[in-house]
Structure formats: structure tokens, C-alpha cells
Design a protein around this ligand. Structure first.
Ligand code: 3EB
Length: 364
């Protein structure tokens, strides 16, 4: 029997293009992460049964939407567990969970967002334990009004409380062996009259451990000092996973932070440069850990970037600086979003997929 090869990889296209794809193409889709200011993507979930995340963020560079579509291989199995929609192949499970904060009340010592976060991560870990995809290697976290304060604490910090409590409740490490992640905010809907707010989390997990990578220019986020909140954020700077014949590098949301401090609070070009220096440092670490030293290395040109921009007016400058540093091969999508610190003007995440073995598949 030929070993199952799982070429986990992603493609990017508009919602309209996604819906026009043929059945055979859709058969390899594990899930789709869609960003657009309106809600057409609900149609995708209904039409296709594929786990779809929809985040209300405006695309700034082109078109009006983008879907990051993750593909698996072989037989795919879709399912639902509590609020999670998931799909897996032999090696990888992709899940999406959306929890309205209104499901939780503020009558305990935990805020609704904190409870929603803890519940979401508890559901994720329970599913991963049941289906035995024990290694969580990448999480995408989206919440409304990430910088707003309620119950005496910034909402991002409430999120960090709930996230860490869920990790602890499931006996997971909260330092070192933690997933790559991003955490972004959308909208200004926190007022009482605003539309209901929904915590949205997507994740990828697998059956073999990932290598977690830290950035020597930065203090690990899980060791940030107390001034950034009562609980530190539970994520690593990147994770490297070998799946089938591919090695996949997930670089977490990266910003203009050195040590633990924000640099260049008022200078978007300098923040962009500092962020790229951080990504470069993470790449250097990844190349030292990559399984085959002789293989082509990860470099800035081989990454697919998602760039979160706080102020749409900064787009041109950020884009020019990134193009300058990365070169003609730059592949990036730009979204309007809020970062988890008020003084951060952008955050960049990136992914690369490398074949790690150029030989034909091994046989049993
Ligand atoms: C930082 O380096 C910027 O809380 O999951 C980046 C990536 C950031 C992930 C998270 C937060 C998270 O601290 C913010």
C-alpha cells in the first residue's frame, strides 16, 4: 500500500471564485478562512458543508474578499462537535468554532469573553483528545473590539485569561510547547447597541508534534511581564510541522516588538521594518530546526503573508516597505484589523510550505 501523502497546503481566492470551483477541487478542501466586510460566506458553509470561518474584516489591497483555503489529501471526514465544525484527513484536522459572547453572562467572576474563550479552547482540546489529533500547531483568534476595556480589563487580556485556563484545565503546557497563533480584533461594536459579538477561532492540529520556534530578538510571549495583563499569551513565535512530504512553517502574528516592548509607536514604516526583522529572525531559527539541513531554506520570498493594518491610510507605506524587503516574489493579502496593543499599527503572519523529500513516496 502506498503511504498516504498529505500535502497540507493553502491557496487563496475570492469567495466568488471558491464557489465556482469544481467538485473534485472541493473534495480536497479541509476548510476555508474567509475575510470580507459583508457576510456572503455564510452561503459557503451552507452550500458546501466545508468548515468555513468568516471574519468581518475589510480587504484593503484588492477585491472585496479573500479566502485562505486549506487542502488535505486522501479521504476527508467532516463533522460537528458542539460549536466546532471540523474536517480531517489521516494526518491533519482543521476546525472552526464561533461562539457568541452573548451565550455567557457576567454574573460569575469571569467576563463573557473570558468564558467564551475558555469554553472554545476546552471544546477544541476535548475534540482533539477524542479524535486523537493531540498536537495543536496553529490557532487563528478573532474577536470584536480587542482594545476595548470592560469589567476593568482590556478585552485581549480577558481573552488571555480564558485561553490559559483552558490549556491548564486540559493539562497542556502553557510555555514552550504551545501553538503558533495570531489574535486580532475587528469592528467597533462593543457598545451596548452594537451587533452581537462573536469570538471566532480556527485551528490546525495533527498526530505528530510540531517544533516550536521562538525569536531571539523577543521575549517569549508566554513570558511577557505582568504589565501586559494578569496572564501571559499562550503562543509560540512559529511552529514547524512535517506532514507527509511537506514541511509547513507557520509564523505567528508578528509585530514591532523587541524584548517585550513596542518600538516606533508613531512610525508605521519603522514598525514595518522592525516586524520584517522579527520575521527574518524567526526564519533563521526555523532553518536551524528544519529537518533536512541541505534542503532549500525558508526565506522571505517563499512566504505567503497576511498583513493586518490598523489604519487603512497606512496601506501604501506598509506595502511599499514590504515589497522593498521581500522583493518581486511578494505574495500578500492586506486586511483592516486591530492589533492586541493599541500602539501597534500592523501585524504580519506568514506561512510557507516546502517539500522536504524529492523522492517518490515510500512503500510499506
Ligand atoms: C505579540 O507579539 C503581538 O495572543 O495569540 C501575536 C500573535 C500577538 C499571537 C496571541 C498575539 C498573539 O505579542 C500580538
Amino acid at each position: 500500500m502506498i503511504d498516504a501523502i498529505s500535502p497540507l497546503h493553502s491557496t487563496q481566492l475570492s469567495v466568488a471564485a471558491f464557489l465556482k470551483q469544481s467538485e473534485p477541487w472541493r473534495k480536497s478542501v479541509l476548510g476555508a478562512f474567509c475575510f470580507s466586510a459583508d457576510a456572503v460566506e455564510n452561503q459557503m458553509q451552507a452550500d458546501t458543508n466545508i468548515p468555513c470561518m468568516h471574519v468581518a474584516m475589510q480587504r484593503l489591497d484588492a477585491g472585496d474578499s479573500v479566502c485562505e483555503v486549506w487542502h488535505g489529501s486522501g479521504q476527508l471526514t467532516q463533522g460537528q462537535s458542539g460549536a466546532i465544525h471540523y474536517c480531517h484527513d489521516e494526518d491533519v484536522l482543521l476546525g472552526v468554532i464561533e461562539l457568541p459572547e452573548a451565550m455567557f453572562t457576567a454574573d460569575t467572576d469571569k467576563t463573557p469573553l473570558q468564558q467564551a474563550t475558555e469554553s472554545a479552547y476546552r471544546q477544541i482540546f476535548a475534540l482533539l483528545e477524542t479524535l486523537r489529533y493531540l498536537y495543536l500547531f496553529r490557532c487563528w483568534n478573532y474577536m470584536a473590539d480587542i482594545n476595548a476595556h470592560s469589567f476593568g480589563l482590556e478585552r485581549y487580556r480577558q481573552f488571555n485569561l480564558g485561553r490559559q485556563d483552558a490549556f491548564l484545565a486540559h493539562g497542556r503546557d502553557v510555555m514552550g510547547n504551545v501553538p503558533a497563533a495570531c489574535a486580532l480584533g475587528f469592528g467597533q461594536t462593543g457598545s451596548v447597541q452594537g451587533p452581537p459579538t462573536t469570538l471566532t477561532i480556527a485551528f490546525l492540529a495533527g498526530r505528530v508534534a510540531s517544533h516550536n520556534i521562538e525569536n531571539p530578538r523577543q521575549i517569549s510571549a508566554y513570558q511577557y511581564p505582568q504589565q501586559y495583563g494578569p496572564r501571559s499569551p499562550t503562543f509560540s513565535r512559529a511552529s514547524l510541522v512535517r506532514i507527509g512530504q511537506n514541511e509547513v512553517l507557520f509564523i505567528s502574528g508578528t509585530a514591532s516588538i523587541v524584548g517585550h516592548e513596542t518600538l516606533h509607536p508613531d512610525n508605521v514604516v519603522a514598525q514595518t521594518r522592525e516586524t520584517i526583522a522579527n520575521i527574518k529572525a524567526v526564519l533563521d531559527e526555523a532553518n536551524r530546526q528544519s529537518c533536512l539541513a541541505s534542503q532549500p531554506k525558508f526565506d522571505l520570498a517563499s512566504l505567503y503573508y497576511t498583513v493586518y493594518v490598523r489604519r487603512p491610510a497606512d496601506l501604501a507605506q506598509i506595502r511599499a516597505e514590504l515589497a522593498h524587503c521581500v522583493g518581486d516574489a511578494l505574495t500578500a493579502v492586506y486586511l483592516q484589523a486591530d492589533m492586541c496593543r493599541e500602539d501597534l499599527l500592523l501585524e504580519i503572519e506568514a506561512t510557507a510550505v516546502h517539500p522536504w523529500m524529492h523522492m517518490p513516496a515510500q512503500r510499506d
